[in-house]
Write a protein that binds this ligand. Structure first.
Ligand code: HEC
Ligand code: HEC
Length: 237
């Protein structure tokens, strides 16, 4: 529920700003510091920057503890459960730092692939790794959900969107996310190489686990409650 209303807020705000700002090159849109924060950071630190301590620290009054160099380095390199945001350009990092430290709204351009990467780090990496080497996702419970760069090898785009709409097990539904953003996510994830030993036919372990769990009326750690585990898992199989 929280996630759902979060998305309504994020995307109505975005739609408004984007309509107001002229688009630059094709596929590029001007996005300001506040929107960059919403895309990349708010799923963990909250739209209001209050976080969710103790796991996700509050970023209020951040300037009292950190300077711009430290904040940009933490965004770039991550720290413990905070993933490194290597998809951000220097300008985008600067705009985010200005927003979290000084509430400034600097405008920068973002293309569709970058937008896909932002949506993933901001919304999915709480629970999913994207590729090997990513930090352990802080909200993954029991068996970790599958690595996202792999899921696009066994789901076509329609199947992938169906998963996002449903939200299997404890994954929230992203039904309210615009279709174009689901495409941006799919395209971005497909652009990440998987190692040659990876086999999409054998890599699909997530759903099998869920099916077994559902049979016993539990989903994962049972937190989904009463056997109601969000309906389907994935797009078939
Ligand atoms: C997947 C969740 C996640 C996302 C997304 C995320 N963070 Fe974090 N962040 C964390 C966690 C967890 C910590 C605590 C790290 C630690 O010290 O163990 C943290 C710590 C921080 C801190 C240090 C705060 C302090 O008082 O020590 C800053 C600054 C910060 N994040 C900024 C950001 C910004 C800016 C973004 C977006 C570009 C962002 N974070 C995105 C999870 C996240
Ligand atoms: C709160 C945790 C959480 C968040 C946030 C989350 N997921 Fe998931 N995801 C899960 C769980 C749990 C599963 C089910 C894993 C299983 O079946 O074993 C799952 C499954 C999936 C699957 C299906 C994998 C398969 O087995 O075919 C896809 C695709 C997926 N997630 C994509 C995403 C994307 C993209 C985002 C961000 C927009 C996201 N998820 C955000 C927890 C999460």
């Amino acid at each position: 529920m929280f996630q759902k209303s979060l998305f309504i807020i994020i995307f109505s705000a975005l739609a408004f700003t984007m309509a107001a700002l002229a688009a630059g090159e094709e596929g590029e849109k001007a996005v300001n510091g506040g929107e960059l924060y919403r895309l990349n950071c708010s799923a963990c630190h909250g739209l209001d920057k209050k976080g969710n301590p103790p796991v996700f620290p509050s970023l209020l009054n951040l300037a009292e503890r950190m300077d711009s160099k430290q904040v940009s380095s933490q965004i770039r390199n991550g720290k413990n459960a905070m993933p490194p945001m290597s998809h951000l350009t220097d300008r985008q990092v600067e705009a985010i730092v200005a927003y979290v430290l000084e509430n400034k709204n600097e405008s920068v351009s973002v293309d569709e692939n970058e937008r896909g990467a932002m949506l993933v780090s901001g919304n999915c990496m709480r629970c999913h790794r994207v590729k090997p080497g990513d930090p352990a996702p802080p909200e993954a419970r029991m068996m970790e959900p599958p690595m996202l760069s792999r899921t696009v090898r066994w789901h076509d785009s329609a199947g992938f969107k169906a998963v996002l709409d449903v939200g299997p097990c404890y994954m929230p539904s992203f039904e309210d996310m615009p279709d174009s953003d689901k495409d941006n996510i799919y395209r971005y994830l497909s652009s990440i190489p998987v190692d040659s030993s990876f086999n999409a036919d054998r890599g699909h372990r997530g759903c099998r686990m869920q099916r077994g769990a559902k049979k016993s009326g539990r989903c994962g750690d049972g937190r989904c409650g009463g056997g109601k585990c969000g309906g389907m898992c994935g797009g078939g199989r």
